[in-house]
Design a protein around this ligand. Structure first.
Ligand code: ADP
Ligand code: MG
Length: 365
């Protein structure tokens, strides 16, 4: 696409898709002020939002430095998504003190004991470009490096487990059927080449080379390799205790961090992620909860989305982003805020939000 075509395409999207933040904040004057090399770099970053006009954010960074390099375009988008005023100073703080207060779902209602809980953080190392700009060789080299870290981690009795790879011919390669069953169990990520948002950004290129998952012996600490970010590090449990869930992630993250090159961070935005929605903590904490009354048995998620927003929560389908509600109104709820809040703010938001939604659900039952 020529620079002129880019400008026309983005302006058309702005008129038709008010939710596309890339189009909303694209400034023709700024774009035209860049030299042709920078224009090409910025075009690669925003191409996903042009090819997918229904995108919410509509861009993916290709290198950690992009957030500074293209700050006149990206900073207003980031502030818009994260509801941070243009003049507010940005400084990401962290708080992993999981003992602050009890966040046990059983205290809301014993029925919530078996709810599936997941908390993940996005991390990227500073020694590789972000996934959209990685070559096949870099995907494989990154995976080799991560697999070595997992070999060491698995010798720690608190973790154990092993690394499962999708790379054909690799020592850790798993079969197609094992991959499918891990996807069905919500442990492994889906076929990225079927995702138009990732495809347009080059993030799914060379799939499934360099992709895989580490799983601890108890399958409660997991690490995705080569999905939307270099690493998605997560804890999954289903005993109702959010404090323990976050503690497991905190301990795993600390142990893994020592075995890898330093993670990419930004002075203003904390942990760097490909998608600006994940900057800051990089954290999404979610519950898979059945809300049949609030979703008309899973047929209407739109109403719940609007109601949950008032509590700072987003609603996804039971198969993750861009999926539908599952049987019995099974949905994925998670705090929207990731930047400018701490990890413990997110835990508290999820706990307090689900308490409110559950009260609404049971009042209607
Ligand atoms: P993220 O972007 O946070 O990594 P996605 O929406 O892409 O999450 O979903 C990734 C996978 O994780 C999907 O299979 C989804 O169903 C699963 N998942 C998310 N939250 C939970 C949860 N609380 N319990 C079980 N599976 C979950
Ligand atoms: Mg995702």
């Amino acid at each position: 696409m020529t620079p002129e075509n880019i400008v026309v395409a983005v302006e058309e999207i702005r008129d038709k898709y008010s939710g596309n933040l890339m189009a909303r904040h694209f400034d023709k004057g700024y774009f035209n002020s860049l030299d042709s090399q920078l224009q090409q770099q910025l075009t690669k970053i925003i191409l996903t939002g042009i090819k997918n006009p229904d995108s919410q954010m509509g861009c993916y960074a290709m290198n950690p430095q992009d957030y500074d390099l293209f700050s006149p375009m990206l900073d207003p988008m980031i502030r818009d998504f994260h509801a941070i005023s243009p003049s507010a100073e940005l400084f990401q703080q962290h708080d992993w003190n999981t003992n602050i207060e009890s966040c046990d779902l059983v205290e809301i209602d014993p029925c919530l004991k078996d709810v599936s809980m997941r908390v993940r953080v996005a991390r990227n190392v500073s020694t590789f470009p972000l996934p959209g700009a990685m070559t096949k060789e870099q995907h494989i080299a990154f995976e080799d490096m991560a697999a070595q870290a997992f070999t060491t981690l698995s010798q720690n009795p608190d973790f154990g487990g092993s690394y499962l790879s999708m790379t054909s011919g690799s020592a850790n390669e798993i079969s197609k059927s094992e991959y499918d069953s891990r996807v069905a169990a919500h442990q492994m990520f889906k076929d990225m080449s079927a995702d138009p948002y990732l495809n347009a950004a080059g993030i799914s290129s060379d799939w499934p080379h360099g992709r895989g998952i580490y799983m601890s012996r108890d399958e409660d600490f997991l690490v995705w390799v080569g999905e939307e970010d270099h690493l998605r590090i997560m804890a999954m449990k289903n005993d109702g205790n959010l404090n323990d869930l976050f503690k497991r992630l905190s301990e795993g993250l600390e142990a893994l961090e020592k075995l890898l090159p330093s993670f990419a961070t930004s002075k203003s935005y904390g942990n760097v992620s490909c998608c600006p929605t994940n900057l800051g903590t990089g954290m999404r904490a979610s519950l898979h909860v059945k809300l049949p009354m609030l979703t008309s048995n899973g047929h209407d998620v739109g109403t719940l989305k609007r109601e949950a927003k008032a509590f700072g929560l987003a609603v996804r389908g039971a198969g993750g982003e861009h999926s539908d509600a599952g049987e019995g109104g099974l949905v994925d709820i998670s705090p929207i805020a990731r930047l400018g809040v701490t990890e413990m703010d997110i835990m508290r938001c999820l706990y307090q939000g689900v308490a409110k939604l559950w009260e609404m659900e049971t009042a209607k039952a």
